[in-house]
Write a protein that binds this ligand. Structure first.
Ligand code: S3P
Length: 429
């Protein structure tokens, strides 16, 4: 699908973005491992989360739709999954594959996990390494680094794992495997990554301790089915936030968006650039902080430097942030973000290429990007590289550019933001 984007004047109104991708995956996974029913509302019906649903159905879990974005999961308990007869296909979803590897490592059966061409290039040794140390047998290309991966799980022992990267997928895979090991499993990261797994494990009844950048989970807990209302996804919201911050006259409110502090770096970064962002009615729902986010255009954005512990707090929002940087006055330097190279595309290269095609001045750095902002963007034809966040960032750049933009292969947006085009039409003035 090619998406044609015309320059926008302003974004105004009050809308909701689709449910959070990270939380939707975890709700299905923990719902499957719990005893009794779990009811999920505002589930993200994007392709990544649908891949997780399909995998758990193959593992014998009954999952039914009770509405267009609500699910009922009949949990099997920690010992109730059954050996899948078919390959578990994670599609484009790193979260599905990595978290599922943790769960499969704990099962006394054989399973094979695969994904699409992009996922088959993404590093899995960061997850299979600690899982093998816990006692799982995992084989794959490049010594267990690349999918397809074959797992013979069971008989795990608890470990302490010192992760070299701040990655919620690594941390979550080890913690989920730890559910099947007797004793306490722990993970230490260089910086804190998103903590949805920890929060949701507690919500389902597991014992989880956090101190500094170390998380501990007690094995073999009794998880009980729960009701979960998934917050709106801040990563999806960030694209609209950038457009509203940059388009004169904009006043946009996004309802019930997740503002978990481990994810909210984009709010801090855009505020630091001069955007007006208000968090209205902040509250906690189901263990996750949420608020309405109101963004108004102030007419002045200036460049910013981001790096260090801020990076895991906005890693998925860097494509959106880079678009804001292209419009802002002065330089924006994004450092310590080499992880961008192993996302759905090499996002250092694809963000730089996308912005350059709009006429922005941008340089690739070994661990990030340097954007010299302030030059007007020119509409162009650009490619998504099969990466949903590149397609979304290019669309936002198109709203802010002069002339028409065509985003080729834009259907990958459905991975995280189904209905983007329709939602945009509601708020375009
Ligand atoms: C995710 C963790 C992050 C993020 C990804 C979703 C998660 O990846 O980029 O989109 O749901 O745990 P890493 O764990 O590789 O940093």
């Amino acid at each position: 699908m090619n998406l044609v984007i015309k320059p926008a004047r302003s974004l105004r109104g009050t809308v909701s973005v689709p449910g959070d991708k990270s939380i939707s995956h975890r709700a299905v996974m923990l719902g499957a491992l719990a005893e009794g029913a779990t009811l999920i509302e505002n589930f993200l019906p994007g392709e990544d989360c649908l891949a997780t649903v399909a995998c758990f159905r193959k593992l014998g879990v009954e999952i039914s739709w009770t509405g267009k974005d609500s699910l009922r999961i009949q949990g099997c308990g920690l010992e109730g999954l059954r050996e899948p007869e078919e390959v578990l296909d994670a599609g484009n979803s790193g979260t599905t594959m990595r978290l599922l590897l943790g769960i499969m490592a704990g099962q006394p059966f054989f399973s094979v996990l695969n994904g699409d061409a992009s996922l088959r290039c993404r590093p899995m040794a960061r997850v299979t390494g600690p899982l093998v140390r816990m006692g799982a047998r995992i084989e794959g290309r490049q010594g267990g680094n690349l999918a397809p991966l074959a797992v013979q799980g069971g008989n795990l022992k608890p470990v302490h794992y010192n992760s070299p990267v701040a990655s919620a997928q690594v941390k979550s895979a080890v913690l989920l495997a730890g559910l099947f090991a007797g004793g306490v499993t722990s993970v230490t990261e260089p910086y804190r990554s998103r903590d949805h797994t920890e929060r949701m494990l507690r919500h389902f009844g597991a014992k989880v301790d956090v101190s500094g950048t170390t998380v501990r989970v007690a094995g073999r807990p009794r998880l009980l089915g729960r009701k979960i209302a998934v917050p709106g996804d801040l990563s999806s919201a960030s694209f609209l936030m950038v457009a509203a911050a940059a388009l004169p006259g904009s006043d946009l409110t996004l309802q019930r968006v997740g503002i978990n502090p481990a994810r909210s770096g984009i709010i801090d970064a855009l505020t630091g650039m001069g955007a007006s962002i208000e968090l209205l009615n902040p509250r906690e729902e189901g263990g996750e902080p949420v608020a309405e986010i109101r963004v108004r255009c102030t007419g002045r954005l200036t460049g910013i430097a981001v790096g260090g512990e801020m990076i895991p707090r906005l890693i998925d929002e860097i494509p959106a942030l880079a678009v804001a940087a292209a419009l802002a006055g002065g330089r924006t330097e994004i450092r310590d973000a080499a992880e961008l190279k192993v996302k759905e595309s090499n996002r250092i290269a694809t963000v730089a290429g996308m912005l350059a095609s709009f006429g922005a001045v941008v340089e690739e750095l070994p661990d990030g990007l340097l954007v010299k902002g302030g030059k007007p963007l020119r509409g162009c034809a650009c490619r998504s590289h099969g990466d949903h966040r590149i397609a979304l960032a290019a669309s936002v750049a198109g709203l802010l550019a002069e002339g028409e933009t065509i985003v080729h292969d834009a259907e990958c947006m459905n991975v995280s933001f189904p209905g983007f085009d329709g939602l945009l039409k509601k708020i375009l003035v």
